[in-house]
Design a protein around this ligand. Sequence first.
Ligand code: HEM
Length: 371
Amino acid sequence: MVSTRIHPLAAAAHAHPYVYYAVLRDEAPIFFDTEHKIWVVSRADLIMELMQSPHCVVCPPNEPVPAAIVGMPAAEVFARLIRMNEGQAHLHLKQAIQRNLALVDTACLPQLVKKWRSSECDLYALCHFVPVAVLADLLGFTPDTQPEIMGWIADFVACLSPLSRDADLARASVAAQCLLVHFTGALEGDLPQGSVLAHLLQNSDDIDHQALLANLIGLLSQSYEATAGLLGNCLIALQQHGAVAILSLTSFVEEVARYDPSVQNTRRFVVQDFEIHGQLLRKGDAVLLLLAAANRDAAFNVKGDDFVLNRAARRSLSFGHGRHGCPGQALAIKITTAILSDYLAERDTAGPLQWIYQASVNGRIPRFIST
Ligand code: HEM
């Protein structure tokens, strides 16, 4: 549903958030939003400083798992995600995941896209199903189990959103349980040679098995909505900025990721009082980092409000920064480019398109309306 009243948490799914972000950047680059009880930061340099700060962590220390899922299987997964941990629990597994994702042979992406994109696939399936199906294939999950995995991942992501209701959370927990059982079986079976899972198992004797299972779910669930949003926002950009030559597609996808990112913000929690830009942040405070606002900061990208296909020295916080930066960035760009390329081989644009943004406090994920 499109929100009409704009505020930091409504901006992600708002039709036009970027003028609002510009005003925040210029007039109040860091301020305390008394209504939502959260610090809001919109300038790139401040956001990068906070993402690197040892005084800020990724989960509220007094609620490491959302209260609504405590005691459910989803909580077991959530608590082990590298995205939700700091220190050794984060670093060791993060490095293993990064190392093994880097081994992925992406030359097969065009064939994988053809395998998973059927000709009658609508825009919803194109954005929400094809990218994760391709990723699951690269990870090493066999095609016969893919439809089930897709359904569970779609249900599981509900536990990552504060907008979820009890029924969504209950479904997320059932999905977490199914995914854990299924992935345990997959790891015990024969894994396709060269798959990420095969590499991870060969190279990760010292990794806790439960943490590995949880983070396999993490890889698929963290890419699910973010990649759906990136691909959807690329289709919108095609309509708004015109057709693009196939050879420039990677630059196009990177510029969309900067200009209209699918992950518009992320949060941090203060663990020790400290001062930044003349403001005192206190232990226990929550901080909202407006990544989408930072990407258009003139000090970060020249003419940041312009869509520039071949932008020189493009900079972006859309995939995070610092120790929690996204390990899937390169892969997400390549998968999205391959899907777009396959799609555009049949047509120049997706249009004319109409869409609304899915209700979300941080994601900018279009839902296209069939006309
Ligand atoms: C367009 C697609 C994607 C976007 C926009 C995106 C964005 C992000 C962002 C902003 C973060 C940092 C969050 C923070 O610091 O608070 C992040 C972290 C993460 N992403 Fe992505 N991501 C995408 C795709 C993927 C894919 C394809 C994978 C897996 C292959 C993935 C796996 C992860 C993981 C595991 C983390 C946690 C890293 C950590 O905490 O150290 N993401 N992503």
